[in-house]
Design a protein around this ligand. Structure first.
Ligand SMILES: Cc1cc2nc3c(=O)[nH]c(=O)nc-3n(C[C@H](O)[C@H](O)[C@H](O)COP(=O)(O)O)c2cc1C
Length: 187
C-alpha cells in the first residue's frame, strides 16, 4: 500500500472502457462512500448524495438510456455506447449535488463540496487498490435521462464515478507546469 503522498503523486484515472472485474464488495464500497462524505462542507448542509448502480441494474439503466438516446436522434453507434455505458464499470456511483439557495451559503460553495466528495471517492478507490474514472456524459445533463437514473430535476450530477480493477497500470499524462499556474502575490 503506497503512503499518502506517494498515493496522491501517482493517482491516475483508469478509463472506464479499460476496467475489469472485480469492483469493490459492499464493505469496500461502504468504506469509500464514508471517505467520500468526509469533505469540507460550509454550513454542514451535506449538499450531495450518492446513487449506486451495480449488478444487473447497470444494464437495465443502460437499456432505458439507450431508448431515450434513440428518441433524441443519436446514431446507432452512439446508442449502443449508451446501452453499455454503465456496465463498463463493475460499480458506478453517481455523486449528486443537492445544492439549493441558502441565506448564508452560496450555491457555488455547496457545488464545490460535491466536487470534493467526488474527488475523495476517486482517491479512496485508488488507495484501496481499485481503478476509478470520473465521467459525466450526455445523460448527466438530460432531464429525462436524469429521471431514469433516479436524479431529481433540481439536482445536478457532479460525476459518475466508475470503479473497478485495472488490467494494466495507466500511462502517465502531462501535468501543467507549476510556473504556468502559480503566482506569488506581492504589493
Ligand atoms: C466534472 C468532470 C467530468 C468529466 N467527464 C468526462 C467525460 O464525460 N468523458 C471523459 O472522457 N472524461 C471526462 N472527465 C475527465 C476524466 O475524469 C479523465 O479521465 C481525467 O481527467 C484524467 O485525469 P487523471 O488521470 O488525473 O484522473 C471528466 C472530468 C471531470 C472533473
Amino acid at each position: 500500500m503506497p503512503d499518502a503522498l506517494n498515493l496522491l503523486e501517482t493517482r491516475r484515472s483508469v478509463s472506464a472502457r479499460n476496467m475489469v472485474e472485480p469492483g469493490p464488495d459492499d464493505a469496500a464500497l461502504q468504506r469509500m462512500l464514508a471517505i467520500a462524505s468526509r469533505v469540507p462542507d460550509h454550513g454542514k448542509l451535506t449538499p450531495w448524495r450518492f446513487i449506486v448502480y451495480s449488478g444487473a441494474m447497470r444494464a437495465k439503466a443502460g437499456e432505458k438510456l439507450a431508448i431515450l438516446h434513440a428518441k433524441r436522434g443519436a446514431d446507432a453507434e452512439k446508442i449502443e455506447a449508451t446501452r453499455i455505458s454503465l456496465t463498463r464499470g463493475p460499480v458506478v456511483v453517481a455523486v449528486i449535488s443537492t445544492a439549493a439557495e441558502h441565506p448564508k451559503i452560496p450555491v457555488w460553495e455547496q457545488e464545490m463540496s460535491a466536487g470534493a466528495a467526488t474527488m475523495n471517492l476517486c482517491i479512496a478507490a485508488h488507495a484501496m487498490g481499485f481503478a476509478a474514472n470520473w465521467l459525466t456524459d450526455w445523460f448527466a445533463y438530460d432531464e429525462e435521462a436524469k429521471a431514469v437514473l433516479g436524479i431529481k430535476a433540481d439536482e445536478k450530477v457532479a460525476g459518475f464515478v466508475y470503479i473497478g480493477s485495472k488490467a494494466e497500470a495507466p500511462q502517465e499524462r502531462p501535468r501543467p507546469a507549476l510556473e504556468t499556474i502559480v503566482t506569488h502575490w506581492s504589493a
